[in-house]
Design a binder for this molecule. Sequence first.
Ligand code: SOE
Length: 414
Amino acid sequence: MTERQRLGVGMVGYAFMGAAHSQAWRSVNRFFDLPLEVDLAAVCGRDQAKVTAAAAKLGWRSHETDWKALLRRDDIDLVDICTPGSSHAEIALAALAAGKHVLCEKPLANTVEEARAMAEAAERAAAAGVRSAVGFNYRRIPAASYARDLVAAGRLGTLRHVRAVYLQDWLVDPEFPLAWRLRREIAGSGALGDIGAHIIDLTQFISGQRVTGVCALTETFVRERPLPAAVAGLSATGLSASGLSATGQGGANGQGGAKGRGGATGTVTVDDAALFLARLEGGALASYEASRFALGRKNGLRVELNGSEGSLVFDLERLNELEFYDGRVDDETAGFTRVLVTEPGHPYLDAWWPPGHALGYEHSFTHEVRDLVAAIADGTPPTPSFADGLQVQLVLDAVGRSAAGGSRWTHVED
Ligand code: SOE
Protein backbone atom coordinates (compact mmCIF):
# COMPACT_ATOMS: atom_id res chain seq x y z
CA MET A 1 0.00 0.00 0.00
CA THR A 2 1.15 3.62 -0.63
CA GLU A 3 2.10 5.88 2.27
CA ARG A 4 -1.55 6.79 2.68
CA GLN A 5 -3.35 4.96 5.48
CA ARG A 6 -5.20 1.96 4.10
CA LEU A 7 -8.92 1.21 4.52
CA GLY A 8 -9.46 -2.54 4.41
CA VAL A 9 -12.88 -3.48 3.02
CA GLY A 10 -14.68 -6.79 3.50
CA MET A 11 -17.75 -7.28 1.32
CA VAL A 12 -20.55 -9.74 2.13
CA GLY A 13 -22.37 -10.92 -0.99
CA TYR A 14 -21.11 -10.89 -4.56
CA ALA A 15 -24.14 -10.86 -6.86
CA PHE A 16 -25.48 -7.77 -8.67
CA MET A 17 -24.83 -5.27 -5.87
CA GLY A 18 -21.58 -6.96 -4.94
CA ALA A 19 -20.35 -6.51 -8.49
CA ALA A 20 -21.48 -2.85 -8.56
CA HIS A 21 -19.79 -2.12 -5.22
CA SER A 22 -16.60 -3.95 -6.25
CA GLN A 23 -16.08 -1.70 -9.25
CA ALA A 24 -16.64 1.32 -6.99
CA TRP A 25 -14.07 0.20 -4.43
CA ARG A 26 -11.60 -0.63 -7.25
CA SER A 27 -11.96 2.74 -9.00
CA VAL A 28 -12.49 5.30 -6.25
CA ASN A 29 -8.81 6.01 -5.50
CA ARG A 30 -8.03 6.20 -9.21
CA PHE A 31 -10.41 9.10 -9.80
CA PHE A 32 -10.75 10.84 -6.44
CA ASP A 33 -7.95 12.28 -4.31
CA LEU A 34 -8.67 10.69 -0.93
CA PRO A 35 -6.54 10.45 2.24
CA LEU A 36 -7.30 6.74 2.54
CA GLU A 37 -6.25 3.98 0.13
CA VAL A 38 -9.00 1.37 -0.29
CA ASP A 39 -7.86 -2.25 -0.04
CA LEU A 40 -10.28 -4.85 -1.42
CA ALA A 41 -9.28 -7.24 1.33
CA ALA A 42 -11.97 -9.94 1.25
CA VAL A 43 -15.27 -10.95 -0.29
CA CYS A 44 -17.59 -13.30 1.60
CA GLY A 45 -20.11 -15.87 0.43
CA ARG A 46 -21.31 -19.24 1.68
CA ASP A 47 -20.31 -21.31 -1.35
CA GLN A 48 -16.53 -21.85 -1.37
CA ALA A 49 -16.23 -22.44 -5.13
CA LYS A 50 -18.49 -19.52 -6.08
CA VAL A 51 -16.89 -17.01 -3.70
CA THR A 52 -13.41 -18.05 -4.83
CA ALA A 53 -14.44 -17.34 -8.41
CA ALA A 54 -16.09 -14.07 -7.37
CA ALA A 55 -12.91 -12.91 -5.61
CA ALA A 56 -10.89 -13.49 -8.78
CA LYS A 57 -13.48 -11.90 -11.06
CA LEU A 58 -14.25 -8.86 -8.90
CA GLY A 59 -10.69 -8.16 -7.72
CA TRP A 60 -10.70 -9.13 -4.05
CA ARG A 61 -7.43 -10.22 -2.33
CA SER A 62 -9.02 -13.06 -0.37
CA HIS A 63 -12.33 -14.67 0.41
CA GLU A 64 -14.27 -15.97 3.41
CA THR A 65 -17.28 -18.31 3.64
CA ASP A 66 -18.44 -16.93 7.02
CA TRP A 67 -19.06 -13.18 7.37
CA LYS A 68 -18.17 -13.39 11.07
CA ALA A 69 -14.58 -14.14 10.05
CA LEU A 70 -14.40 -10.61 8.61
CA LEU A 71 -15.05 -9.18 12.07
CA ARG A 72 -12.07 -11.09 13.50
CA ARG A 73 -9.63 -9.83 10.84
CA ASP A 74 -7.37 -6.89 11.72
CA ASP A 75 -7.04 -6.02 8.03
CA ILE A 76 -10.79 -5.34 7.72
CA ASP A 77 -11.83 -1.81 8.72
CA LEU A 78 -15.18 -1.64 6.93
CA VAL A 79 -17.89 -4.22 6.22
CA ASP A 80 -19.89 -3.68 3.04
CA ILE A 81 -23.23 -5.53 3.21
CA CYS A 82 -24.49 -6.55 -0.23
CA THR A 83 -26.85 -9.32 0.82
CA PRO A 84 -30.66 -9.55 0.89
CA GLY A 85 -32.44 -7.53 3.57
CA SER A 86 -33.03 -10.47 5.91
CA SER A 87 -29.33 -10.47 6.88
CA HIS A 88 -28.69 -6.70 7.09
CA ALA A 89 -29.47 -6.23 10.79
CA GLU A 90 -27.50 -9.23 12.09
CA ILE A 91 -24.38 -8.39 10.08
CA ALA A 92 -24.50 -4.61 10.65
CA LEU A 93 -25.09 -4.87 14.41
CA ALA A 94 -22.21 -7.33 14.81
CA ALA A 95 -19.88 -5.28 12.59
CA LEU A 96 -20.61 -2.04 14.47
CA ALA A 97 -20.08 -3.83 17.79
CA ALA A 98 -16.73 -5.06 16.46
CA GLY A 99 -15.73 -1.48 15.66
CA LYS A 100 -16.00 -1.86 11.88
CA HIS A 101 -17.40 0.91 9.68
CA VAL A 102 -20.48 -0.29 7.76
CA LEU A 103 -21.96 0.36 4.33
CA CYS A 104 -25.34 -1.39 4.12
CA GLU A 105 -27.32 -1.82 0.89
CA LYS A 106 -30.88 -0.54 0.74
CA PRO A 107 -33.39 -0.87 2.18
CA LEU A 108 -31.65 -0.67 5.57
CA ALA A 109 -33.65 -3.60 6.94
CA ASN A 110 -36.82 -5.65 6.47
CA THR A 111 -38.67 -4.18 9.47
CA VAL A 112 -38.87 -0.92 11.44
CA GLU A 113 -37.73 -2.76 14.57
CA GLU A 114 -34.55 -3.95 12.87
CA ALA A 115 -33.93 -0.53 11.31
CA ARG A 116 -34.41 1.22 14.65
CA ALA A 117 -31.96 -1.12 16.38
CA MET A 118 -29.43 -0.49 13.59
CA ALA A 119 -29.86 3.29 13.77
CA GLU A 120 -29.42 3.26 17.56
CA ALA A 121 -26.33 1.05 17.28
CA ALA A 122 -24.90 3.30 14.58
CA GLU A 123 -25.37 6.35 16.80
CA ARG A 124 -23.57 4.65 19.68
CA ALA A 125 -20.75 3.50 17.39
CA ALA A 126 -20.35 7.00 15.92
CA ALA A 127 -19.35 8.24 19.38
CA ALA A 128 -16.33 5.95 19.01
CA GLY A 129 -15.60 7.17 15.47
CA VAL A 130 -17.19 4.18 13.73
CA ARG A 131 -19.05 5.37 10.62
CA SER A 132 -22.05 3.88 8.77
CA ALA A 133 -24.14 4.65 5.70
CA VAL A 134 -26.97 3.19 3.58
CA GLY A 135 -26.54 2.46 -0.13
CA PHE A 136 -29.11 4.78 -1.68
CA ASN A 137 -26.82 5.27 -4.65
CA TYR A 138 -29.15 7.31 -6.89
CA ARG A 139 -28.56 10.38 -4.70
CA ARG A 140 -25.04 10.36 -6.11
CA ILE A 141 -25.86 10.57 -9.77
CA PRO A 142 -24.62 14.09 -10.56
CA ALA A 143 -27.94 15.21 -12.08
CA ALA A 144 -29.82 14.09 -8.96
CA SER A 145 -27.38 15.87 -6.67
CA TYR A 146 -27.59 18.96 -8.89
CA ALA A 147 -31.40 18.80 -8.66
CA ARG A 148 -31.08 18.99 -4.88
CA ASP A 149 -28.74 21.98 -5.22
CA LEU A 150 -31.31 23.80 -7.38
CA VAL A 151 -34.12 23.15 -4.87
CA ALA A 152 -31.91 24.19 -1.95
CA ALA A 153 -31.02 27.41 -3.80
CA GLY A 154 -34.73 28.23 -4.07
CA ARG A 155 -34.90 27.90 -7.85
CA LEU A 156 -38.24 26.05 -7.61
CA GLY A 157 -39.74 28.34 -4.97
CA THR A 158 -42.38 26.71 -2.74
CA LEU A 159 -42.73 23.03 -3.56
CA ARG A 160 -46.26 22.02 -4.63
CA HIS A 161 -45.89 18.56 -6.21
CA VAL A 162 -43.52 15.60 -6.20
CA ARG A 163 -44.21 12.82 -8.72
CA ALA A 164 -42.01 9.71 -8.68
CA VAL A 165 -42.10 6.37 -10.47
CA TYR A 166 -39.69 3.46 -10.47
CA LEU A 167 -40.79 0.94 -13.13
CA GLN A 168 -39.30 -2.40 -14.15
CA ASP A 169 -40.74 -5.36 -16.03
CA TRP A 170 -38.64 -8.39 -15.09
CA LEU A 171 -41.56 -10.23 -13.46
CA VAL A 172 -44.10 -9.93 -16.27
CA ASP A 173 -43.45 -13.56 -17.30
CA PRO A 174 -45.42 -15.78 -14.88
CA GLU A 175 -42.82 -18.49 -15.49
CA PHE A 176 -40.08 -16.34 -13.92
CA PRO A 177 -39.02 -18.38 -10.88
CA LEU A 178 -39.65 -17.63 -7.23
CA ALA A 179 -36.39 -15.71 -6.68
CA TRP A 180 -35.44 -14.43 -3.20
CA ARG A 181 -36.83 -10.96 -4.01
CA LEU A 182 -40.31 -12.56 -4.09
CA ARG A 183 -40.13 -14.04 -0.57
CA ARG A 184 -41.12 -11.77 2.35
CA GLU A 185 -38.90 -13.58 4.87
CA ILE A 186 -35.84 -12.74 2.75
CA ALA A 187 -36.71 -9.49 0.94
CA GLY A 188 -39.08 -7.92 3.48
CA SER A 189 -41.39 -6.67 0.74
CA GLY A 190 -41.50 -6.63 -3.06
CA ALA A 191 -41.37 -3.67 -5.42
CA LEU A 192 -42.18 -1.42 -2.46
CA GLY A 193 -38.99 -2.02 -0.45
CA ASP A 194 -36.73 -2.87 -3.36
CA ILE A 195 -37.39 0.02 -5.76
CA GLY A 196 -39.99 2.06 -3.86
CA ALA A 197 -37.35 2.67 -1.18
CA HIS A 198 -35.17 4.36 -3.80
CA ILE A 199 -37.80 6.90 -4.86
CA ILE A 200 -38.79 7.60 -1.28
CA ASP A 201 -35.18 8.37 -0.37
CA LEU A 202 -34.42 10.21 -3.62
CA THR A 203 -37.45 12.51 -3.45
CA GLN A 204 -36.79 13.30 0.21
CA PHE A 205 -33.13 13.98 -0.65
CA ILE A 206 -33.87 16.25 -3.64
CA SER A 207 -36.78 18.11 -2.01
CA GLY A 208 -35.23 18.31 1.45
CA GLN A 209 -38.64 17.33 2.85
CA ARG A 210 -39.78 14.10 4.53
CA VAL A 211 -42.96 12.14 3.79
CA THR A 212 -45.40 12.66 6.68
CA GLY A 213 -48.42 10.58 5.62
CA VAL A 214 -49.49 8.10 2.92
CA CYS A 215 -52.50 6.42 1.35
CA ALA A 216 -51.58 3.25 -0.51
CA LEU A 217 -52.54 0.36 -2.77
CA THR A 218 -50.44 -2.73 -3.42
CA GLU A 219 -51.05 -5.75 -5.65
CA THR A 220 -49.52 -9.14 -6.31
CA PHE A 221 -50.47 -9.98 -9.89
CA VAL A 222 -48.86 -13.45 -10.07
CA ARG A 223 -49.24 -15.37 -6.82
CA GLU A 224 -47.61 -18.72 -7.64
CA ARG A 225 -44.30 -19.17 -9.44
CA PRO A 226 -42.00 -22.08 -10.39
CA LEU A 227 -39.39 -22.77 -7.72
CA PRO A 228 -35.82 -21.77 -8.62
CA ALA A 229 -33.47 -24.60 -9.55
CA ALA A 230 -31.66 -24.08 -6.23
CA VAL A 231 -34.64 -25.31 -4.22
CA ALA A 232 -36.72 -27.20 -6.79
CA GLY A 233 -36.27 -30.37 -4.74
CA LEU A 234 -38.08 -28.92 -1.71
CA SER A 235 -41.87 -29.16 -1.44
CA ALA A 236 -43.53 -25.79 -1.89
CA THR A 237 -44.94 -25.98 1.63
CA GLY A 238 -41.54 -26.92 3.06
CA LEU A 239 -39.92 -23.91 1.50
CA SER A 240 -38.14 -21.70 4.00
CA ALA A 241 -35.79 -18.76 3.83
CA SER A 242 -32.89 -21.06 4.54
CA GLY A 243 -34.17 -23.34 1.79
CA LEU A 244 -33.85 -20.57 -0.78
CA SER A 245 -30.47 -19.57 -2.03
CA ALA A 246 -30.36 -16.00 -0.74
CA THR A 247 -28.00 -14.99 -3.47
CA GLY A 248 -29.67 -17.28 -6.01
CA GLN A 249 -30.45 -14.35 -8.23
CA GLY A 250 -28.55 -15.68 -11.20
CA GLY A 251 -29.17 -13.97 -14.48
CA ALA A 252 -27.01 -11.30 -15.98
CA ASN A 253 -29.11 -8.57 -14.42
CA GLY A 254 -28.92 -9.95 -10.89
CA GLN A 255 -32.69 -10.31 -10.77
CA GLY A 256 -33.12 -13.63 -12.49
CA GLY A 257 -32.99 -17.16 -11.23
CA ALA A 258 -32.69 -20.43 -13.12
CA LYS A 259 -36.12 -22.10 -13.20
CA GLY A 260 -36.49 -25.47 -11.51
CA ARG A 261 -37.83 -28.52 -13.31
CA GLY A 262 -40.69 -30.80 -12.33
CA GLY A 263 -43.44 -28.18 -12.04
CA ALA A 264 -42.99 -27.46 -8.32
CA THR A 265 -44.24 -23.97 -7.45
CA GLY A 266 -44.12 -21.64 -4.46
CA THR A 267 -46.24 -18.74 -3.26
CA VAL A 268 -45.20 -15.15 -3.88
CA THR A 269 -45.47 -13.41 -0.50
CA VAL A 270 -44.64 -9.82 -1.51
CA ASP A 271 -46.15 -7.04 -3.62
CA ASP A 272 -45.55 -6.84 -7.36
CA ALA A 273 -46.57 -3.19 -7.43
CA ALA A 274 -47.17 -0.41 -4.90
CA LEU A 275 -48.84 2.94 -5.56
CA PHE A 276 -49.26 5.59 -2.90
CA LEU A 277 -50.17 9.22 -2.38
CA ALA A 278 -48.24 11.23 0.19
CA ARG A 279 -47.93 14.57 1.91
CA LEU A 280 -44.50 16.11 2.46
CA GLU A 281 -43.67 18.08 5.56
CA GLY A 282 -43.57 21.35 3.61
CA GLY A 283 -47.17 20.83 2.44
CA ALA A 284 -46.48 19.48 -1.05
CA LEU A 285 -48.61 16.63 -2.44
CA ALA A 286 -46.77 13.60 -3.81
CA SER A 287 -47.48 10.45 -5.79
CA TYR A 288 -45.31 7.34 -5.92
CA GLU A 289 -45.44 4.23 -8.14
CA ALA A 290 -43.15 1.21 -7.87
CA SER A 291 -43.83 -1.75 -10.16
CA ARG A 292 -42.08 -4.76 -11.63
CA PHE A 293 -44.90 -5.23 -14.17
CA ALA A 294 -44.50 -2.08 -16.27
CA LEU A 295 -43.84 -3.93 -19.51
CA GLY A 296 -41.15 -2.13 -21.50
CA ARG A 297 -39.74 -0.19 -18.56
CA LYS A 298 -36.39 -1.81 -17.69
CA ASN A 299 -35.12 0.49 -14.95
CA GLY A 300 -37.42 3.46 -15.35
CA LEU A 301 -36.90 5.81 -12.43
CA ARG A 302 -38.31 9.32 -12.99
CA VAL A 303 -38.81 12.15 -10.50
CA GLU A 304 -40.60 15.44 -11.21
CA LEU A 305 -40.87 18.36 -8.82
CA ASN A 306 -43.21 21.32 -9.43
CA GLY A 307 -42.75 24.50 -7.42
CA SER A 308 -44.11 28.03 -7.44
CA GLU A 309 -41.06 29.33 -9.33
CA GLY A 310 -39.93 26.34 -11.35
CA SER A 311 -40.02 22.62 -12.08
CA LEU A 312 -37.45 19.92 -12.69
CA VAL A 313 -37.36 16.36 -13.99
CA PHE A 314 -34.71 13.70 -13.28
CA ASP A 315 -34.97 10.58 -15.48
CA LEU A 316 -32.61 7.65 -14.83
CA GLU A 317 -32.89 6.62 -18.49
CA ARG A 318 -31.30 10.01 -19.31
CA LEU A 319 -29.16 10.22 -16.21
CA ASN A 320 -26.69 12.82 -17.54
CA GLU A 321 -29.47 15.34 -18.05
CA LEU A 322 -31.85 17.40 -15.95
CA GLU A 323 -34.94 19.09 -17.33
CA PHE A 324 -35.51 22.48 -15.75
CA TYR A 325 -38.42 24.91 -16.19
CA ASP A 326 -37.71 28.41 -14.97
CA GLY A 327 -41.02 29.99 -14.01
CA ARG A 328 -39.37 33.39 -13.89
CA VAL A 329 -38.88 33.38 -17.66
CA ASP A 330 -42.14 34.91 -18.73
CA ASP A 331 -41.81 35.24 -22.47
CA GLU A 332 -42.66 32.97 -25.35
CA THR A 333 -39.30 31.25 -25.04
CA ALA A 334 -40.33 29.75 -21.67
CA GLY A 335 -40.15 25.95 -21.63
CA PHE A 336 -38.33 22.99 -20.12
CA THR A 337 -34.64 23.28 -20.88
CA ARG A 338 -32.39 20.22 -21.01
CA VAL A 339 -29.37 20.76 -18.78
CA LEU A 340 -26.44 18.51 -19.68
CA VAL A 341 -25.00 17.76 -16.22
CA THR A 342 -21.42 17.10 -17.26
CA GLU A 343 -19.68 20.37 -16.42
CA PRO A 344 -16.72 20.39 -13.99
CA GLY A 345 -18.80 22.54 -11.63
CA HIS A 346 -21.55 19.90 -11.41
CA PRO A 347 -21.39 17.38 -8.51
CA TYR A 348 -18.53 14.85 -8.83
CA LEU A 349 -17.82 15.73 -12.50
CA ASP A 350 -14.42 17.37 -11.98
CA ALA A 351 -13.02 13.90 -11.25
CA TRP A 352 -14.02 12.43 -14.59
CA TRP A 353 -14.07 13.57 -18.21
CA PRO A 354 -14.36 16.84 -20.15
CA PRO A 355 -17.85 18.39 -20.56
CA GLY A 356 -20.29 16.30 -22.60
CA HIS A 357 -18.59 12.99 -21.86
CA ALA A 358 -21.39 11.13 -20.06
CA LEU A 359 -21.29 8.97 -16.94
CA GLY A 360 -23.25 5.80 -16.15
CA TYR A 361 -25.15 3.88 -13.48
CA GLU A 362 -21.93 2.48 -12.03
CA HIS A 363 -20.49 5.94 -11.30
CA SER A 364 -23.17 6.49 -8.65
CA PHE A 365 -21.56 3.69 -6.62
CA THR A 366 -18.08 5.18 -7.00
CA HIS A 367 -19.45 8.51 -5.74
CA GLU A 368 -21.19 6.68 -2.89
CA VAL A 369 -17.96 5.07 -1.64
CA ARG A 370 -16.01 8.27 -2.33
CA ASP A 371 -18.24 10.21 0.07
CA LEU A 372 -18.08 7.42 2.66
CA VAL A 373 -14.27 7.19 2.53
CA ALA A 374 -13.99 10.98 2.78
CA ALA A 375 -16.31 11.04 5.81
CA ILE A 376 -14.30 8.29 7.52
CA ALA A 377 -11.09 10.22 6.86
CA ASP A 378 -12.62 13.51 8.04
CA GLY A 379 -14.32 11.98 11.06
CA THR A 380 -17.71 13.30 9.92
CA PRO A 381 -21.07 11.48 9.78
CA PRO A 382 -21.67 9.99 6.30
CA THR A 383 -25.02 10.32 4.52
CA PRO A 384 -27.46 8.75 4.03
CA SER A 385 -27.12 7.63 7.62
CA PHE A 386 -28.78 4.66 9.26
CA ALA A 387 -31.19 7.25 10.73
CA ASP A 388 -32.08 8.23 7.15
CA GLY A 389 -32.51 4.53 6.39
CA LEU A 390 -34.84 4.19 9.41
CA GLN A 391 -36.92 7.10 8.16
CA VAL A 392 -37.37 5.38 4.78
CA GLN A 393 -38.27 2.18 6.61
CA LEU A 394 -40.96 4.08 8.54
CA VAL A 395 -42.46 5.27 5.26
CA LEU A 396 -42.33 1.74 3.81
CA ASP A 397 -44.06 0.46 6.94
CA ALA A 398 -46.76 3.13 6.70
CA VAL A 399 -47.38 2.25 3.06
CA GLY A 400 -47.70 -1.43 3.96
CA ARG A 401 -50.14 -0.69 6.79
CA SER A 402 -52.16 1.67 4.62
CA ALA A 403 -52.42 -0.86 1.78
CA ALA A 404 -53.35 -3.60 4.25
CA GLY A 405 -56.54 -1.86 5.17
CA GLY A 406 -55.93 1.58 6.55
CA SER A 407 -56.55 3.35 3.22
CA ARG A 408 -59.68 5.51 2.92
CA TRP A 409 -60.69 3.68 -0.25
CA THR A 410 -63.97 4.97 -1.73
CA HIS A 411 -65.67 2.67 -4.18
CA VAL A 412 -67.18 4.28 -7.29
CA GLU A 413 -70.93 3.67 -7.28
CA ASP A 414 -72.02 1.63 -10.25
C1 SOE B 1 -34.12 -4.43 -8.45
O1 SOE B 1 -34.16 -5.30 -9.50
C2 SOE B 1 -32.81 -3.66 -8.46
O2 SOE B 1 -31.72 -4.53 -8.63
C3 SOE B 1 -32.67 -2.99 -7.10
O3 SOE B 1 -32.52 -3.94 -6.07
C4 SOE B 1 -31.49 -2.02 -7.11
O4 SOE B 1 -31.42 -1.32 -5.88
C5 SOE B 1 -31.66 -1.03 -8.27
O5 SOE B 1 -30.56 -0.13 -8.32
C6 SOE B 1 -31.76 -1.78 -9.59
O6 SOE B 1 -32.86 -2.72 -9.53
